[in-house]
Write a protein that binds this ligand. Structure first.
Ligand SMILES: [Zn+2]
Length: 343
């Protein structure tokens, strides 16, 4: 009798715990509202719809209209929706001409939900108010975007996206990093950063730990650039992964990035790097993307717009031919970006 009662109590406890688990279930914050994991299949993990890039203080972005952007970008988004993606992650932050209203319009019109982010780009691209802002003020600005909505929209930011300079973290970048850590602690949002050197990546991870944040919620954006350009760059990626960080291999198939790599941005380079990371035991920490798009009102005549189909139409066939298992592909297309960006 006694055993039966203990089992009964245990069953009730398990039911209560399961119910709590449901309440705490992580979601993807998107233009279509919060989505549960069963509503999210393949994730287009790093692309841009709209930026004003390459100027220290962007201005042209202010006058762009959602309709003119849709004319160029809309068909490309419709195309990848047709290829079997369920969420478009657009990690465009303040400082590169962010227009959340345009992303929301393109996502709603095409019917492909988009995730947006909060945060700031590096160096002199930041808005002037950052110079005099305290860590707490920047934290509160991020919390507003994470809890209420990005820009003037009511779409909550999915995660925090920053950038840190090649040759070390500047004072403003450090202030923003600390603010991001506190906003992350309150919301569970991960912190991603555009970083092009292993010294900066490892310094950012150290600082996050110092501020009390878990490197397991950090995403090193554009990590392959360091692997491809630094002597022992791969060792830097492995050291970051050892600390728990995600490595975002997010410019696969991009011609824009090929220009930064002496023309060499072949799929085979990424496949070899990902295989190295998998062999080292980090298959749950790899994110893939192409970092393509995008409509740039600062380059109305000359900018080359690149499509969003590289992973599905080019990379995956090559990866399968190179022996990537379906289990690994599932991790790259869904499990890992889900774990990294959900909260
Ligand atoms: Zn990007």
């Amino acid at each position: 009798m006694r055993t039966r009662r203990i089992i009964g109590v245990l069953l009730v406890l398990m039911a209560v715990l399961a119910a709590c688990g449901d309440d705490d279930a992580s979601v993807f914050y998107t233009t279509a509202g919060p989505l549960g994991e069963d509503e999210v299949g393949n994730i287009l993990a790093h692309q841009h719809m709209f930026v004003e890039f390459g100027v220290e203080q962007p201005v042209a972005y202010v006058d762009a209209t959602p309709e003119e952007v849709y004319e160029v970008i809309g068909p490309m988004v419709e195309e990848v929706k047709g290829l079997g993606y369920s969420v478009f992650v657009d990690p465009t932050m303040e400082g590169v001409g962010r227009r959340p209203d345009i992303v929301e319009y393109v996502a709603d019109t095409s019917g492909l939900p988009a995730m947006m982010v909060t945060g700031f780009y590096w160096g002199n691209t930041m808005p002037a108010w950052i110079n005099d802002a305290t860590v707490e003020e920047i934290r509160d600005w991020m919390l507003e975007e994470l809890n209420v909505g990005v820009g003037d929209t009511d779409v909550k930011a999915g995660f925090i996206k920053l950038a840190h300079s090649w040759d070390g973290i500047t004072d403003n970048e450090m202030k923003i990093l600390e603010a991001a850590c506190y906003a992350s602690q309150e919301t569970g949002a991960s912190i991603a950063s555009h970083i092009l050197s292993s010294s900066t990546a490892l310094a950012v991870i150290d600082k996050l730990e110092e501020f009390g944040c878990d490197p397991g919620r950090f995403i090193w954006v554009h990590a392959p650039y360091t692997a491809f350009t630094e002597e022992n760059g791969v060792a830097g990626l492995l050291a970051a992964a050892e600390q728990g960080a995600y490595l975002s291999c997010d410019f696969i198939g991009s011609n824009f990035w090929a220009g930064w790599l002496d023309g060499h941005n072949e799929n085979s380079r990424h496949i070899e790097l990902i295989q190295t990371l998998v062999d080292a035991g980090y298959e749950d920490q790899i994110i893939i993307g192409s970092d393509t798009g995008w409509y740039d009102p600062g380059f109305p005549e000359g900018f080359v717009v690149e499509p969003y189909d590289q992973i599905m139409n080019s990379f995956l066939p090559d990866a399968r031919a190179a022996g990537f298992s379906e289990e690994l592909i599932q991790k790259l297309m869904h499990d890992n970006p889900w774990a990294a960006y959900s909260r």
